[in-house]
Design a protein. Structure first.
Length: 166
């Protein structure tokens, strides 16, 4: 979906990674949890912090700070797990995304969203749906379905399956 495809007011959950503000379409967000114990899964990428038990379901927990080249998320009183849905090969995968803090749910009108900046040809910004502006603050609106490559999504789904059967 491109910025031009956004034709109506959309609600976004805003959250922070470091000093940067990011946003996810609330339609992709299931719930927000306090950061609890995460069970590490051996031989997974650094950004895959492990899995949690969510009412009997195994949910992979991913650290977007590591995925985006930042330092690992530190556990603080504000650290949260945003439980979100991502589409993998036509199937919905539930995953947890670590955030330093959750801000608020906001409404953005199409005119408040600009296309993602073009940062050369070697940097992939396909996962940035656009730049939203709310109360004089810019935020990166993420397309959660494009943050991870198809190979990474298959690995995430594999971890979920292994942990559930093991």
């Amino acid at each position: 979906m491109s910025v031009s495809a956004i034709t109506e007011i959309t609600q976004y959950l805003t959250f922070k990674l470091g000093e940067e503000v990011f946003a996810l379409d609330v339609a992709k967000v299931r719930e927000i949890l306090d950061f609890t114990t995460v069970t590490r899964v051996p031989q997974t990428p650094d950004y895959m912090r492990g899995v949690i038990n969510l009412r009997g379901s195994v949910v992979p927990v991913l650290d977007l700070r590591l995925k985006f080249g930042m330092s690992a998320t530190e556990k603080t009183v504000n650290t949260c797990v945003i439980v979100a849905e991502m589409v993998v090969e036509g199937e919905v995968l539930v995953m947890g995304v670590l955030s330093d803090s959750v801000q608020e749910v906001i409404d953005l009108e199409p005119e408040q969203i600009e296309p993602a900046p073009r940062i050369g040809t070697t940097i992939n910004t396909e996962f940035i749906l656009g730049m939203g502006k709310h109360n004089e603050q810019f935020m990166m609106i993420l397309d959660i379905d494009k943050v991870f490559s198809e190979g990474e999504k298959a690995a995430i789904r594999g971890v979920e399956g292994e942990a559930a059967s093991g």
